[in-house]
Design a protein around this ligand. Sequence first.
Ligand SMILES: [Zn+2]
Length: 309
Amino acid sequence: MLVGYRSSDERERALERLASAARAELHVLGASVEGRPIHAARVPCRRPGDHAALLVCAGIHGPEYIGTEVALGVLERARGAELDGLLERAELWVLPSLNPDGYERTWVRGGEGTLRALRANAHGIDLNRNYPLPAPQRKVWFDFGGWRTGSDDPENPFYRGPSPGSEPETAALLGLLAQIRFAASVSLHSAMGMLIPPCTASASSIASYRMLCGAFAAAQPHTRYRRSAHGRFDLFTGEQEDLQHHVHGTWAIAVEHYPIWVDATRFLQPNLFRRFNPPDPGRWVTNDIPGIAAYFEAALRLPRPEHEP
Ligand SMILES: [Zn+2]
């Protein structure tokens, strides 16, 4: 029992209820290793004719429940007026749980366990290191045990798997990305309080991400997230945002909810779940959704990212 958060069943019921209220279609994109469906809700654009598409993904790492709460919060707001500006111009896809087996494992274990045990899919693979790399990886002098580049060691929490796209959860999202060319995307994680753009050497893309992340932070009512600096902290690692930016021409960032500086002492407590998830999720749902909406608004005004050779 993880107080303040939803079990897998509660999450699925909330998705059905919120999708129905928002007049969204529910799609099954695939199934996890243990056979749990990977659901997407598609909220149609309110205007007929040509329009853009936007993507909100969460739950790729088992214990990061706050991202799922924010994704469901976005869907909840899609029925009212709060996202009118976006839904006049775009359809919105919401995937609240890209790793339903990791979510369930975290729940059953009460959030107790190692990063590797709870973060991975049922094959022990870090799904956010399993996407195809858009370009060869650079060597780095210090890798923080695989955190920066992913790992080929099955015992490592950042194990990338036997080959890119090997996992059914990854394949489910790859199938959607092959069908819909999203204009902008957010992938929701915790717990750094950071906005993480893709790895890119393009000066114009770097400037655009500076602007987009600035728009995100400026719209957050009480706690503003910082953009991670290009080049220093990010590399091609098999992460979703790198693939989306370079291969699909999508303005794509990872969002790390629930900043470290809000309560750094939580990293001293033994329960892994409590390190990654705030005791008051509603406060962060309210803080972070205006940021996501502002980021999407700003991205819809940009042309696609320039192609890098
Ligand atoms: Zn994560």
